[in-house]
Ligand binder design. Structure first.
Ligand code: HEM
Length: 309
């Protein structure tokens, strides 16, 4: 279950983040550079199709595993039409999975026909829906009352911002590695600056929404250090801090060095930027493995008595 959730979160993040990068960064930067745009799009298309297919297959396996755990039967006995139709038709997880499958199919259609701007914007909307709707599959989906709406909103923003940052990093690496783009440092600089600005918005959203998630699911310092859930979250925060350090080096030290067109210094900075972005993306995918674990653990708040500090 953890492996399937982790693969699904990674594939969803790469799919959604790459679509966001394509519409909000690559399209405006490359609008007057047809050759570079064609070259980048053909590479990005493969990457998005591959991650979307992985997201759909892992999503289907997640549904089967969830059906088995909900029915209390071994997997081999749970894969009956009766059990699956009950889970799909009568559980929140089943209903959300059906809606998310619809988002994935719409996204595939918009990818198959992305010449029209309207189709690309539809693709962006359903890609955001694919990531944001993860909130209804996790702990946020079972928080009741008024804080339930707050938790779902925060978690949907959290998963979407996480996808924009990590999936966007994967597309940024493909963008910076595209020959026609590497030769034109002003394109590189334009895309890196736009991505960095989007990154700041994503990180701020992740921090605020993550704080809401943590307040609702951890609730106390004792919950954070005294439970398995809390300690796994601390590991997640530690990796997040390292990612921020790489992002800061990229923005504050390497991006300014991209200014000097054609100089040895700017091509060294570009190489370092690609390397750092690859490290950042790998750490981000690592966080999604941790998220695969977090969602299967009892939230700390349920394990610590309210009297404790
Ligand atoms: C790169 C950084 C991060 C990424 C990629 C990330 C990603 C995610 C994702 C995809 C979820 C799952 C949503 C779900 O299943 O409902 C999640 C849940 C969560 N995140 Fe983050 N997150 C990041 C940083 C943070 C930070 C900084 C905090 C705390 C301030 C945080 C706290 C949480 C909590 C408490 C949950 C709920 C987990 C659960 O359902 O039990 N995350 N995160």
């Amino acid at each position: 279950m953890i492996a399937t959730r982790a693969v699904h979160f990674m594939a969803t993040a790469v799919t959604t983040g790459s679509v966001i990068f394509g519409v909000l960064i690559a399209t405006p930067v490359l609008q007057h550079h047809a050759a570079a745009a064609t070259s980048f799009r053909s590479r990005a298309r493969w990457e998005i199709w591959a991650s979307l297919v992985v997201a759909m297959i892992s999503g289907a396996i997640w549904l089967l595993l969830q059906a088995a755990s909900m029915s209390g039967m071994p997997l081999s006995e749970a894969l009956t039409g009766e059990v699956l139709s009950t889970v799909v038709g009568e559980t929140q997880f089943g209903e959300v999975t059906t809606i998310r499958a619809g988002f994935a199919i719409c996204l595939a259609a918009s990818l198959a026909y992305d010449r029209a701007a309207a189709s690309r914007w539809l693709g962006l909307a359903v890609a955001v829906g694919l990531a944001g709707s993860l909130a209804w599959t996790g702990h946020a989906g079972s928080t009741i009352g008024a804080s339930g709406y707050l938790h779902l909103t925060a978690d949907a923003l959290h998963a979407t911002a996480a996808a924009a940052w990590i999936g966007g990093l994967v597309s940024l690496i493909i963008f910076l590695a595209t020959a026609q783009i590497r030769e034109n440092m002003s394109l590189v600089r334009d895309a890196v600056e736009r991505f960095s600005t989007m990154g700041i918005v994503a990180v701020a959203t992740i921090l605020l929404s993550g704080g809401v998630n943590a307040a609702i699911l951890v609730g106390s310092l004792r919950g954070l250090v005294g439970t398995e859930y809390g300690r796994v979250l601390i590991l997640k925060l530690a990796i997040f801090a390292v990612m921020l350090a790489f992002a800061a080096i990229n923005r504050l030290r390497l991006t300014p060095q991209l200014a000097t067109i054609g100089s040895e210094q700017s091509s060294i900075a570009l190489r370092q930027l690609i390397r750092n972005s690859a490290i950042e993306a790998t750490l981000g995918l690592g966080i999604l493995v941790i998220v695969g674990v977090l969602g299967t653990l009892h939230p700390a708040v349920h394990l610590i008595s309210p009297a404790s500090p």
